[in-house]
Write a protein that binds this ligand. Structure first.
Ligand SMILES: [Zn+2]
Ligand SMILES: [Zn+2]
Length: 375
């Protein structure tokens, strides 16, 4: 089902609001749910398709990746396949009405002894702020987390070591209770054991039977050279602990790059403005300018016009792939001399005279040029 159109699967337009997508999925899921269509491979396929489509379109970030880059984009971002993190949301939509969880169909959730549902740990996300210099060169940062980790005493089993789970007395270990509705006998998840069929008769003391304890952790994170404002790093397995024998979630670190007083950044390119005097622009000059590593000498060519931009190849930011470097664009502004002494004015008038510029009479050159253009 890799190249099917998720919007077509759910029968919604590409600009459908989140609420419509949820409604469309709910209708499809209820219609094709395997509990309603026992043994129908076709319905099961349709149900899976719709669930996969929903798992992408319901997540604003994944939806935007899919809109721009399609299925390949999702794979590139590590979103391929079915994300078990959305299971809770599915159960939210469908209620606990059906006898099994959607995760069972996709193999994302496992059933333990007695049918207990287990899921992987939750992902965590945080932001760190860095300077442009650090974004360009890469930097190591310490981050502090408060996350759920597997209880060291019961190792996530929630039970006192050496004890076993007991069969649920309410449903007799089946995980479902049946009830009559009109002509039909319906099944729903057992409210006591939440469908697992077992109860914890001797909860672990260390974690009060939760299987997890909260720990404060400090992690060292290596931010690679070339990250931009809004770049996202994924640290696999550094999120919260999963249920027993299930993998931990991931940690996403988003970088925020502080505005730089001298440089503007556009992708891997940098730009800056320098101001030189009238004489420096005319005669050329050597100006010391700041760089991300320190400073360097910038040569202003003789005859530079106000606003002229010079491109310094390879003086920008290293691409995050490490393959190429961006460029630096230096824009030169020219300061016109003011507050001049009498002697300076005389010299400048002399210069104008030598260049054949008439300061005293009305200069009609602009009007003439305009007339030539309009003719
Ligand atoms: Zn424990
Ligand atoms: Zn039960």
């Amino acid at each position: 089902m890799a190249d099917k159109d998720y919007y077509r699967i759910l029968g919604v337009p590409r600009d459908a609001p989140a609420e419509d997508i949820k409604k469309a999925y709910r209708q499809m899921a209820l219609k094709h749910h395997p509990d309603r269509n026992p043994g129908s491979k076709e319905d099961e396929e349709k149900f899976k398709e719709a669930s996969e489509a929903y798992s992408v379109l319901a997540d604003a970030e994944k939806r935007s990746v899919y809109d721009r880059f399609g299925h390949d984009g999702l794979k590139g971002q590590g979103f391929a396949g079915f994300d078990s993190a959305v299971f809770e949301d599915f159960e939210d939509i469908l209620g606990n009405f059906f006898g099994f969880s959607i995760g069972d169909l996709f193999g994302g959730r496992e059933r333990g002894r007695g049918g207990a549902r287990r899921s992987r740990g939750r992902d965590l996300a945080l932001e760190i702020e860095i300077r442009l210099e650090e974004a360009a060169a890469g930097v190591e940062r310490e981050i502090k987390l408060n996350r759920a980790e597997a209880c060291p005493v019961c190792r996530g089993s929630k039970r006192k070591p050496g004890t076993r789970a007991a069969s649920c007395p309410t449903c007799g270990g089946r995980g479902q209770v049946r009830f009559q509705q009109g002509f039909f006998t319906m099944a729903r998840s057992c409210p006591r054991c939440e469908g697992s069929g077992e109860v914890n008769a001797s909860p672990c003391d260390a974690c009060q039977g939760k299987g997890h304890i909260r720990e404060k952790r400090t992690l060292k994170v290596r931010i690679p050279a070339g990250v931009d404002d809004g770049s996202r790093l994924r640290l696999v397995g550094e999120g919260e602990a999963g249920d027993e024998d299930m993998p931990a979630g991931d940690l996403y670190v988003m970088t925020r790059v502080r505005k730089h007083p001298f440089f503007e950044r556009d992708g891997n390119d940098l730009s800056c403005e320098i101001t030189v005097s009238f004489s420096q622009a005319a005669l050329g000059a050597r100006i010391e300018i700041p760089t991300l590593e320190g400073s360097e000498i910038f040569k202003v060519p003789a005859g530079t016009q106000p606003g002229e931009t010079i491109r310094l190849k390879g003086k920008g930011i290293q691409d995050i792939s490490g393959r190429r470097k961006g460029d630096l664009f230096v824009k030169t502004l020219v300061r016109t001399p003011d507050n001049m002494s009498k002697e300076q004015k005389t010299l400048l008038a002399k210069l104008a005279e030598l260049r054949g510029e008439d300061i005293e009479s009305v200069d009609k050159s602009v009007i003439h040029r305009l007339k030539n253009i309009l003719q």
